[in-house]
Design a protein around this ligand. Structure first.
Ligand code: AMP
Length: 279
């Protein structure tokens, strides 16, 4: 795997590859890699061409300074995992490479309704930061395909909208969520859970499974049950919602269309999110 830290170097390397007709697949990450990230790399590799991953903990998408300060970092282990997975290129820039002139004069994107609900409502400014960094990374890497995880469902929708707004020719590929044995969605933040928190963390998944299984019943009742279960296990639930899977318009009840159930809950200071499609 070739590692680049400078924008100018990765750009010239990739432009040579593209000139030779290579297809570029890109997996942006914030590091502290786990099997969920590696699954994206594997899916990209299966599609052929060159696989590029990035590791950059983007300060502008953290609305919570403490979350940023404690975000896990494990670059050496990440490099080993990516190498083993057969990733071709790693972009590992520092902040001054990604934002050489600061962020003040960079373009910002308006994601409208998507920014006002769920993660957008609970993490003000988060999607502005995500849009800003992904736009910048896409401009550097210029991938043909962009691999993202369903675990961050709303983020996938925001980035789809970014691709639309920028008339990008990059195709987005969404991979299903990789889970631990007890159903807990793999996440870099899981590393911060203590033993007791880790024991109960799978309850979010169980709640999602029950929301899916109870399709057709009164969602208000199901939601209250989930809220009570989460609270009893020591969670502080932020939202438990049903939404249209294509528009993310919130539904107060089960519908006949494709829906997605989404949960965000805190265990101590650690905020976990997960979702499940109801087909
Ligand atoms: P992050 O490093 O958390 O910014 O995640 C980088 C990419 O990996 C995003 O597209 C995430 O949605 C995806 N991802 C994170 N966790 C998982 C998981 N458990 N399964 C599948 N994809 C994931």
């Amino acid at each position: 795997m070739v590692i680049f830290k400078k924008v100018i170097d990765i750009q010239s390397f990739i432009s040579d590859l593209k000139a030779r007709g290579e297809v570029i697949s890109f997996i942006p990450t914030m590091g502290a890699l786990h099997k969920g990230h590696i699954f994206l790399v594997e899916n990209a590799r299966k599609a052929g061409g060159i696989t590029v991953a990035s590791i950059f903990v983007n300060p502008t998408q953290f609305n919570d300074k403490e979350d940023f300060k404690h975000y896990p970092i494990s670059v050496e282990a990440d490099i080993d995992m990516l190498t083993e997975a057969g990733c071709d290129i790693l972009f590992l820039p520092d902040v001054s490479e990604v934002y050489p002139n600061g962020t003040e004069n960079m373009p910002t994107y308006d994601f409208g309704y998507l920014e006002t609900i769920l993660e957008g409502a609970h993490r003000p400014g988060h999607f502005k930061g995500v849009g800003q960094v992904v736009a910048r990374l896409l401009d550097i890497v210029k991938p043909d395909r962009l691999y993202m995880g369903q675990k961050d469902y709303q983020q996938c929708m925001v980035i789809k909208d970014l691709l639309r707004q920028t008339n990008s020719s990059t195709q987005m590929v969404v991979s299903p969520t990789v889970r631990e044995d007890d159903g807990l969605a793999m996440s870099s933040r899981n590393r911060r859970l203590n033993e007791l928190q880790r024991e109960v963390a799978g309850v979010i998944y169980q709640c999602l499974v029950s929301i899916v299984a109870k399709k057709g019943s009164d969602f208000t009742v199901v939601k209250k049950e989930c809220e009570d279960i989460l609270k009893a296990k020591g969670f502080d639930p932020e939202y438990i919602e049903l939404a249209d899977a294509d528009t993310l318009h919130l539904n107060n009840s089960y519908t006949n269309g494709r829906q997605v159930a989404l949960i965000a809950a805190k265990l101590g200071s650690i905020r976990l999110i997960d979702n499940m499609l109801i087909e």
